[in-house]
Design a protein around this ligand. Sequence first.
Ligand SMILES: [Zn+2]
Length: 437
Amino acid sequence: MGMDDIDSPRGGCTTHFASTLVEKLDKWHVEWLDYPNLIRLNPNIPYRTRGNGAVALRFRVEANAIPEILSETRRMVEGYAERGYPNTNPGFVMVIGKPPEQVTALAKLALWRAVPMAAAQRITDELELKHFSLGNGRGLIGALSAIGNLLLDDHTYEYLAYRPIDTHSRPRGIDVDSVVEMDRIMGDRVFSNIDPSSGEILIEPHGPDPVIYGIRGESPEYVIEAASYVRGAQAKERWTVFRTNQGTGEHLTHRVRVCDLRPYMAALVQGEIASAPLIIEGGHVVFSVSDGSGTIDCAVYEPTKNLRETAHMLTIGDEVRLHSGVRPASSSHGLTLNVEGLEVVRLSEHVAVTNPVCPQCGKRLKSAGSGKGFKCSTCGFRTREAERIENPVARSIREGLYLPPLGAQRHLTRPMARLRMSNSGLPTSLVEEWHYP
Ligand SMILES: [Zn+2]
């Protein structure tokens, strides 16, 4: 069963709904085939509530229980979702058996493209899938995409602790020291707990939602152990461990030429800096990149802090690979790459050229005219033998990968701590070239 957008900014979220549904499903003696899956989708999609995460529950059950499960789930969704809020469009889908190829293909696409609602509707119609939706039905895209992403490649886990719905507006009161201690004890087995650049605690969300905290890590055992160290003012009402694509970089697996970029894509774009980075109002850094197929404006926004400073040190001719989301053109700008990660592939060589020094008086020589060598304006020395001196300009950045601070990273961003880590035995990022058909 896949579900998405069962939430609203006033409280509630899809994972919390899924957690209560898991408990409800016990009634039908389901046999669980996996942890609940939390699937993050393309983070560049504008119409979404927090985080763009959908959930899939995978289980085995007697066929004759299915109609009852469906009607009960529908009743629960209708009771849970806050309607009348324009960005809440819950969707629910059931696939019986192995996810069909159309569903897995849609799931791949939803990681990095803007999937039209009609595509999800067509699949549910053609395959006659049991489904329902509220609002405009956009939640069906995420619901299908969650089912279709079997997390066969790299994956991680998240332990989510929830509080009772009547305490959502109160402060969570997480004990910062306990989080620091947990992070120290657990090491690389968990990730993205604290932003070392600011000291900010990242396990705690800020909205009035039911989540008290979430701990991300490499195995269910690790995140459960980590949670046992965290102290807070609020009592847990429930908790659930999700298997997820968070921290895997799964959205950035397509290398796209500039001429093939389309709005909302999550794309790797490789090219040379074509115009020098500038700091603009608001502290954002802008520059442009060319790859032979075209040139595109790029923006590194202020909240990315050190990434923005790195970008500012680039110069024309440097070769970069940008981890980016494509912003559509508007009246004030063309198609723009929103940079969320930066690989410096090759730094261009810049040389500073100076004239030699006078051997008689030590002053800097001047050119005596084209092909006439140098002369000294202080003592009158002249020479045709001396040559101009070329000194390579020292660069303040190095080749390599740069990411924003942990607190500014996306749920899907592969953090530095997981750079060479994979839970699947497969390489961490299988990048494919993509050309517009
Ligand atoms: Zn001289």
